[in-house]
Design a protein around this ligand. Structure first.
Ligand SMILES: Cc1cc2nc3c(=O)[nH]c(=O)nc-3n(C[C@H](O)[C@H](O)[C@H](O)COP(=O)(O)O)c2cc1C
Length: 272
């Protein structure tokens, strides 16, 4: 199917669509924008041509410009607002004993769909659980893997303080998922366009939108290590064989409010 339909009656022939197309799939040499041969297979359906057109002359993959949400300049965050959000979000490790409504999570995921992905592949799959029995099962499997890694003197146990987490677990303290009400995992086909980056960016969107709703999150790298090394976890999650887990987070309503922004290193940057 031809992905682009250009309405030449309203096209103002400014050529912007041709200029912004990432793959240069719109020919403007005749001053009339025309999809190039082979566009069907090469177009990544990013929608830029349609989104940028000042006269709404382009429909993409059956979606008309009027079907798309307009950009509302009034809703644009100021630099001060955005800077404050980015600096003041924290990794939350102590949660209220209160579930997060599924509808709220689904609304956040609806925003995460708009995170950039390599070649606009949009191949980020989420596994989400608020089932405390399942979260406990995942924790127990992770602890089993940690114990094995300690016993076999695995190199991971030399670099990561696994013993403290296992000891904490034995005392009833959850240093893995932090007794959070919700665990989120992203996975994607291992052989695809930038799967790790896609998952990490989508989860970073999740983190920020959740924060704006008063929901805290924390990345759980320790679980990502476990899932990569311990097949029973993989099987429990029913992740397809050709996928890999690229992100894990917990989420919930924070028990405490943070009062100030902790210091961080100066940016390490050189101009080349
Ligand atoms: C990839 C990644 C993995 C992380 N894994 C864990 C983890 O397993 N457990 C944990 O408590 N925090 C984890 N964190 C949170 C970091 O410790 C935290 O981001 C850092 O201390 C800075 O604190 P802030 O996020 O509040 O600025 C992780 C963070 C990232 C980015």
């Amino acid at each position: 199917m031809q992905p682009l339909i250009i309405n030449h009656e309203i096209c103002n022939q400014d050529g912007i669509c041709a200029e912004v197309c990432p793959r240069k799939l719109i020919d403007f040499s005749t001053k009339t924008p025309t999809p190039v041969a082979g566009i069907e297979t090469q177009c990544i359906r990013c929608g830029h041509c349609m989104a940028v057109c000042p006269t709404a002359a382009i429909s993409m993959a059956g979606i008309k410009p009027d079907d798309c949400e307009p950009i509302d300049k009034k809703l644009r965050a100021t630099t001060a607002q955005l800077t404050h959000i980015l600096k003041s979000r924290r990794s939350i490790r102590v949660y209220q004993d209160r579930p997060v409504e599924r509808e709220t999570i689904e609304n956040i995921l609806d925003v995460c769909r708009f995170a950039p992905t390599g070649s606009n592949a949009q191949q980020v799959d989420w596994i989400i659980t608020d089932d405390q029995v399942k979260i406990r099962t995942l924790s127990q499997m992770t602890i089993d893997w940690m114990k094995q890694a300690i016993e076999t003197n695995d190199s991971i146990s030399k670099n990561v303080p696994l013993a403290g987490i296992v000891e904490g677990w034995q005392k009833g303290e959850d240093r893995l998922f932090r007794s959070a009400p919700l665990v989120l995992i992203t996975h994607a086909p291992e052989i695809s366009s930038m799967p790790r980056e896609n998952c990490v960016i989508a989860m970073t969107y999740f983190d920020l939108v959740a924060f704006s709703l008063g929901i805290g999150t924390c990345w759980i790298g320790l679980f990502m290590l476990a899932v990569a090394h311990h097949p029973p976890i993989w099987q429990f999650l029913e992740i397809p064989d050709d996928h890999r887990v690229f992100g894990t987070m917990v989420a919930g309503y924070p028990k405490y409010k943070y009062q100030r922004i902790p210091a961080r290193h100066d940016a390490k940057a050189v101009w080349l």
